[in-house]
Design a protein around this ligand. Structure first.
Ligand code: FE
Ligand code: ZN
Length: 493
């Protein structure tokens, strides 16, 4: 009895170790597994030491660490909004701004049906590929056809086609891969954690389900949901790239609105000094025209080009050494369907010529890799997941990282142009994910990614009052790119 129990414990440990490594995208060699089993405290150090070239962890990765002492990981503290202090002069060593990914001039779509099919195929292929590295799955049709042992757990990878509640309150989701569809039942009482995870499932996301089949093979009972997710510990590429300098993140300036906070903006503009190397603006530079019903009554400047001229005046006045990156949002004068290209020449020529204009979303390298997305999909995510709200913008952003997709729900408040490639897939993991749109501030860390939602420079509008949205305006997030420490600065008074 005792020996049986001992074996059981060992087996559990092994599977746990395998799972921890699998979640970070690695497989473990059996010999290495034996070494780790006796020293589970090594796991985190081993993970930290691995680089992107490693797929299977072997003893050669573990031996060097058995002698070295483990260094505690020091995480920067969470800072609350504080009074900005005038930055001090120091040596400038800036990395240039490199645009890594941007839809601008790459748009292929004209909106035909076949393009939608192709778009969804690309989304499925990219995300399924990430999941396949961690889970061995079977095509849905193959498990329906064959007479498989229904007690053995199986995994499938698919896109969520439908989510329903059964009459008894269980969740029934329908998963689709390229070969067919499978209804999956998530029992409301059998596993509370699983049921909670199921509440977060969004339409059109790509996930893996592990479960057992009904005797007829036409229904799966879920045991586990696996999301594409990001590795638990990634290679610390920041040190390798020697990220330097400080970057400020803002969005939603909304120049042209009656509620644009000019005083706060000018305080911010005055504060920006030698210490700051980069300024990243995630969309809604102006308030635009005709974005919501009766917007004209809330505009101080009713001509969109005059709005941009005023915005250019503010931005051109910022210190010359600061490298500025601007991407558009849903209030800006570019196509509404996402991904959005950068501002047209008619607008960019109003601005300083050294500004980098990119599309939405876009990835730029400023020593650290920054994924900029205005964040319109948060409207869909917040209304779809129970307990999520505009007051806490970090939660939907973390959901994007877990799903490796910036706009998982197709349709709703976001109109997505069916490009050849799904530009919303997060294939390369950024150091920083920067969004805006919801006009509330939230900064957090999910695994190795700093998630920033940067608020707005506009106080509550009549429209927001009616929608019951309370903005948190006139804040900017300052990030030290070398350490990834951050401070939220308040310029409201
Ligand atoms: Fe906005
Ligand atoms: Zn917006």
């Amino acid at each position: 009895m005792l020996s049986q129990q001992r074996i059981y414990v060992l087996v559990m440990e092994t599977s746990e170790i395998i799972q921890i490594f699998a979640e970070s995208g690695f497989q473990v060699d059996p010999q290495a597994l034996d070494m780790i089993k006796g020293k589970p405290e090594l796991i985190q150090n081993v993970l930290k030491s691995l680089d992107g070239s490693v797929m299977v962890v072997g003893i050669e990765h573990i031996k060097p660490l058995t002698e070295s002492t483990s260094k505690a990981m020091i995480l920067p503290e969470m800072h609350h909004a504080e009074e900005p202090q005038k930055p001090v002069l120091r040596d400038k060593i800036q990395s240039p701004v490199t645009v890594l990914k941007d839809i601008t001039n790459q748009s292929t779509c004209i909106g035909e049906y076949t393009e939608f099919v192709r778009y969804f195929k690309d989304r499925y292929d990219s995300l399924a590929e990430m999941l396949r590295k961690r889970i061995s799955s079977r095509p849905i049709e193959s498990i329906k056809k064959r007479n498989l042992d229904t007690r053995e757990p199986l995994s499938i990878i698919g896109m969520v086609l439908d989510i329903r509640a059964t009459a008894n309150g269980h969740k029934l989701i329908e998963i689709e891969d390229k070969t067919g569809t499978m209804p999956v039942l998530i029992h409301k009482e059998r596993d509370k954690e699983l049921f909670d995870a199921a509440k977060k499932i969004l339409l059109d996301e790509v996930i893996a389900i592990t479960g057992t089949l009904s005797p007829e093979g036409n229904l799966m009972f879920a045991n586990k949901i696996t999301l594409p997710d990001i590795p638990n510990v990634q290679k610390n590429t920041l040190n390798e790239r020697k990220a330097k300098g400080k970057a400020v993140f803002i969005s939603d300036i909304h120049v042209g609105s009656k509620t644009f906070l000019e005083d706060s903006w000018l305080r911010f503009s005055d504060w920006l000094g030698d210490e700051v190397d980069y300024l990243v603006i995630a969309g809604d530079v102006v308030d635009g025209i005709g974005v919501f019903p009766n917007q004209d009554k809330e505009l101080a400047i009713s001509d969109i080009y005059e709005q941009y001229e005023k915005a250019a005046e503010y931005i051109n006045a910022l210190p010359k050494h600061i490298k500025i990156i601007i991407s558009p949002g849903n209030h800006d004068a570019v196509r509404q369907a996402e991904p959005q290209p950068r501002f047209p020449e008619k607008i960019t020529r109003m601005f300083r010529s050294d500004i980098t204009f990119v599309g939405n979303p876009a990835t730029v390298d400023i020593g650290a890799r920054v994924l900029i997305y205005h964040g319109r999909s948060m409207d869909n995510i917040i209304t779809s997941i129970p307990g999520y709200s505009y007051a806490d913008p970090v939660k939907p952003m973390v959901e994007m990282l877990k799903l490796r997709h910036l706009s998982p729900i197709y349709g709703g408040r976001v109109s997505i142009a069916p490009e050849q490639k799904d530009h919303f897939v997060i294939d390369d993991i950024p150091d920083i994910l920067h969004c805006g749109h919801v006009h509330t501030v939230g900064v957090s860390r999910y695994r190795d990614v700093l998630t920033i939602n940067s608020g707005a420079w506009q106080s509550q509008t009549e429209y927001q009052k009616r929608m019951n949205l309370t903005p948190d305006p006139a804040k900017a997030t300052l990030v030290d790119l070398a350490s990834m420490e951050y401070r939220v600065l308040d310029f409201s008074c």
